[in-house]
Design a protein around this ligand. Structure first.
Ligand code: ADP
Ligand code: MG
Length: 348
């Protein structure tokens, strides 16, 4: 039997960890990435470098693979559609089209009667002033933002005087939530009403970047149940195949809001590699490659810490303890605010 060849678009740490999980399942990986130094080069079987809009490269990629997935949401819709016309892409491109735009994403969630923060579509400065009830708030680009990039904090309307905002881009203005906690729910959907769901993960962000994630999340039963129910409902409505993540805010009055959806494996789920019998990455590959769905169980409580910037150096030199698992993304350059690796501690 020839091995299944899984195409993965994007070669960052998520692509790397998907490739590692695929190897365990004896699935070949071909990664297509527009960064010649992509970290996933170190982990995949084959690497294709090129622009995501280059038809020739897209065709080469299509011809090599059996089925395709992706590790980030900002891939041109046309590229995913073109690939999907020849080889199946999971999750399907239409899902990505909604989620890669914060405005479409929030509209979609609200149409399901699931709460998000209050928000408005913004084209120019005067629309911000017209919607000043959303301030204190965050102005976020509709597309291409991650790790807090493309976001402006507005404490008052007068902050606008100190900011240079490029209004050739589209934005949403989102009301600031007085946060008690942030959690995420990771779910892998195989087909209709068939999924594995991980218990909520508690996340701490610093400067809008994920710092730590842990299970169990210290939340009450009602929030646990509602967050899981909403995540399952969203995945059903999207007709999603694979692993996705729903990020939630809990405010000081214990109101639950969906912050955003990630149509992919998620940084907060890295701990599942060590805390569960089946990781979010393995489940994703099982779902997109039509492998058997196995019951997913937690084996240990765990806490994951992202290693940001030069924090990685200390870990590269030291021997990990028995209950610590260090993963180096092997990124070419260390930069401040860049996620360079992570360490997961399991708690027995
Ligand atoms: P990204 O796509 O960069 O992950 P998010 O919208 O998830 O963007 O924002 C990153 C982080 O910034 C959130 O996890 C949260 O800590 C903080 N944040 C974003 N929006 C709000 C908000 N409306 N109220 C309070 N905190 C917010
Ligand atoms: Mg986020």
């Amino acid at each position: 039997m020839t091995k299944v060849n899984l195409g993965i678009i994007g070669g960052g740490q998520l692509g790397s960890l998907l490739a590692v999980a695929a190897k365990k399942l004896k699935i070949k990986t071909t990664i297509f990435c527009d960064d010649i130094d992509a970290p996933a080069k170190n982990y995949c079987d084959e690497f294709i470098f090129g622009d995501y809009k280059d038809d020739k490269i897209i065709e080469t990629f299509i011809n090599k693979v059996d089925v395709v997935t992706y590790e980030f949401e900002n891939i041109p819709f046309e590229t995913l559609s073109e690939i999907n016309s020849k080889k199946k892409v999971f999750p399907k491109p239409e899902i990505n089209k909604i989620i890669q735009n914060r405005f479409f994403e929030k509209n979609f969630i609200n149409e399901l009667n699931i709460k998000t923060t209050d928000y408005k579509f913004i084209k120019n400065k005067s629309e911000i002033i017209e919607n000043k009830t959303l301030i204190p708030g965050l102005l976020k680009t509709c597309t291409l933002g991650y790790d807090g990039k493309g976001q402006f904090k507005l404490n008052s309307v007068s902050d606008l005087n100190n900011l240079v905002i490029d209004f050739s881009k589209e934005y949403i203005l989102e009301k600031f939530v007085d946060l008690k906690k942030e959690i995420s729910v990771i779910i892998t959907r195989f087909k209709k009403d068939s999924y594995e769901i991980y218990e909520p993960i508690e996340n701490i962000h610093q400067d809008q970047i994920l710092r730590t994630s842990k299970v169990p999340a210290m939340i009450d039963k009602k929030i646990k149940n509602t967050s899981e129910k909403w995540a399952a409902h969203i995945s059903e409505k999207l007709d999603y195949i694979g692993t996705m993540c729903v990020e939630f805010f809990i405010d000081k009055k214990d109101n639950l809001y969906v912050n955003e959806i990630a149509p992919r494996v998620h940084n907060s789920g890295h701990l599942t590699i060590n805390s569960h019998n089946i990781s979010q990455f393995e489940n994703h590959i099982r779902a997109v490659c039509s492998l058997e769905k196995l019951t997913t169980k937690k084996l240990f409580n765990a806490e994951m810490t992202n290693l940001i910037g030069d924090e990685i150096l200390k870990y590269r030199d030291k021997k990990s303890k028995d209950n610590e698992f260090f993963f180096d993304y092997k990124k070419k350059d260390i930069k401040p605010m860049r996620k360079m690796g992570h360490v997961t501690k399991i708690i027995k």
